[in-house]
Design a protein around this ligand. Structure first.
Ligand code: URA
Length: 222
């Protein structure tokens, strides 16, 4: 969308009116007077025309500690979602940059900036995601070898990047994967007949859960 298209749309007075406002020096884009209506406009650019604020979206980036039982979704008819944990008037504008299963706890990132969320979720970006994993049976060395060399996922017709695995006890490890396939970690362990009993995400790329308590969230500087 261009400056003049947005003016025409938001005022409802058409392109001729937009042109008049531009020519008479009544259009301010991010604190600067502009006369060129063909300038492209991003979602977070602020635009005032004829003294009227026509666009003033604020980019928002949140880290949230998802507790077990809460859905990684924006709306749901029956279950509480991560959006229900954010008591702010702008909460409904947010979407998730990657989901967790309902029982999984830990870090989720919410934003209204789709360029940012895509930079974290597109498979080609290979963003590391680190989890604490607890299992019902001891984790055998051959599973660790397989995780470290990469596994094929037929349904998605893909192969995982080599994962990082640190064994903590017989039945727990810290695991870093670079994809976000549906139930990926559970499926990785199930190949060896092992069930994941607890899963907790500690980080996504450079973003850490740190000392956020369950249900707590924090805004990142934009
Ligand atoms: N892998 C899973 O199996 N579940 C999650 O919630 C995240 C990764």
């Amino acid at each position: 969308m261009t400056v003049s298209q947005l003016i025409a749309k938001r005022t409802g007075l058409g392109k001729r009116h937009a042109k008049k406002l531009l020519e008479s020096g009544q259009v301010i884009l991010n604190d600067q007077l502009v006369t060129d209506g063909t300038l492209p406009l991003g979602k977070f650019d602020h635009l005032t025309a004829g003294g009227e604020m026509l666009q003033a979206n604020t980019p928002r980036y949140l880290l949230l500690h998802k507790p077990a039982g809460i859905l990684s979704a924006t709306t749901d008819p029956t279950h509480k979602t991560v959006i229900d944990l954010i008591d702010e008037p702008w909460a409904s504008e947010l979407h998730l940059a990657g989901r967790l299963d309902r029982a999984t706890t830990g870090l989720v990132i919410l934003t209204n900036d789709s360029t940012f969320s895509e930079s974290l979720t597109q498979p080609g970006k290979k963003i590391p995601k680190t989890y604490l994993v607890h299992t019902d049976l001891p984790i055998p060395p051959e599973s660790i070898e397989k995780f470290r060399s990469g596994m094929s996922f037929k349904k998605e017709n893909t192969r995982s990047q080599p994962a990082t695995v640190d064994l903590l006890t017989d039945t727990s490890c810290r695991l870093t994967i670079y994809e976000g396939l549906h139930h990926q970690i559970k499926r990785m362990f199930l190949r060896f007949g092992i069930r994941v009993t607890k899963l907790h995400r500690e980080s996504i790329g450079p973003y850490q859960l740190a000392d956020l308590k369950p249900e707590q969230w924090v805004l990142l500087e934009s």
